[in-house]
Design a protein around this ligand. Structure first.
Ligand code: CP
Length: 304
């Protein structure tokens, strides 16, 4: 029995296999429509979500399975004081696989240690979001055709943005990757990501506050929202929230085949005028999340 808590738990071969499975699902959806017949996915969401929860649920339905769960902590017995460990043990009696989002870093790991069914981390605090990274990887594969030889700009809240931490963890294992880390000084990438991932893998990176200065060299620009819910102080959030707003003039010196990505939800950081630019790939990215979650459910349930 296997869970997915951190993207680095997947080998490069397994990532290739998930991507290939997702591509096959896109081409041959009928082939997969009963693969999870009789199986149940429990979505345990202790924090708000639109894409992750609903794409997990759509994924399970499109595999012929069923879904149960809750979308806020207040409607579960955690509001009465039940621990994550006990919740995970209980849900193991009712479902075949769990997708859990929690504001506390490490909560899905605790769930995985106590469940008797696979647990997928659907986002834990400001830490990790491995299935978002699977969506990102499929998008990069479909748009760029490769995972090697890419210069990737990550822009916005690199401190609290869990999607960024997971994406760096995944892309740092490919060849000739360079990261341009674009953020306000207060929202720089955490030191542990630099030492344990970037430095450890000998990955080239630069830190800058200048989005436009970096634009011309980027193959991928991954914009992120400033994570209001992780701030201790509203004043700081208000001061930093509009640090970067991508609009059409800022894209003037960008590559013609730039891939603009964003895990969503968007607040202000990409102008809606960018949405019709052919380089804007963030809505397809959300769709790719459903296909990769389908592939992941099959893998963790051991279904061919
Ligand atoms: N990208 C993402 O995790 O979106 P949701 O918060 O809507 O799930």
């Amino acid at each position: 029995m296997r869970s997915l808590i951190d993207i680095k738990e997947l080998s490069l071969e397994e990532i290739d296999s998930l991507v290939n499975c997702a591509l096959d699902i896109i081409e041959n959806p009928a082939k997969y429509s009963e693969k999870c017949k009789g199986k149940k996915l429990a979505t345990l969401f202790f924090e708000p979500s639109t894409r992750t929860r609903l794409s997990f649920e759509a994924a399970m339905y499109e595999l012929g399975g069923n879904v149960l769960g809750f979308s806020e902590a207040s409607s579960s017995s955690s509001a009465k004081g039940e621990s994550v460990a006990d919740t995970a043990r209980m849900i193991s009696c009712y479902a075949d696989i769990i997708a859990m989002r929690h504001p506390k870093e490490g909560a899905p790991l605790v769930a995985a240690m106590n469940a008797t069914i696979p647990v997928v981390n659907a986002g834990d605090g400001g830490h990790n979001h491995p299935t978002q990274t699977l969506a990102d990887l499929l998008t990069i594969k479909r748009k760029k055709g490769r995972f090697d030889n890419l210069t990737i700009g990550l822009c916005g809240d690199l401190k609290f943005g869990r999607t960024v931490h997971s994406l760096i963890g995944a892309m740092s294992r490919y060849k000739n990757i360079k990261f341009v880390l674009i953020s306000p000084v207060e929202l720089k990438i955490p030191d542990y990501v630099k030492t344990e991932v970037l430095d450890k893998n000998g990955i080239e990176y630069v830190e800058t506050t200048d989005l436009q200065g970096a634009m011309a060299e980027l193959d991928v620009l991954y914009m992120t929202r400033v994570q209001k819910e992780r701030f201790f102080n509203e004043e700081d959030y208000l001061r930093l929230k509009d640090s970067y707003i991508l609009d059409l003039p800022k894209l003037q010196n960008a590559k013609s085949d730039l891939s603009i990505m964003h895990p969503l939800p968007r607040v202000n950081e990409i102008s809606v005028k960018v949405d019709t630019d052919p380089r804007a790939h963030y809505f397809e990215q959300a769709l790719n999340g459903k296909y990769m979650r389908m592939a992941l459910i099959l893998m963790l349930l051991g279904i061919k």
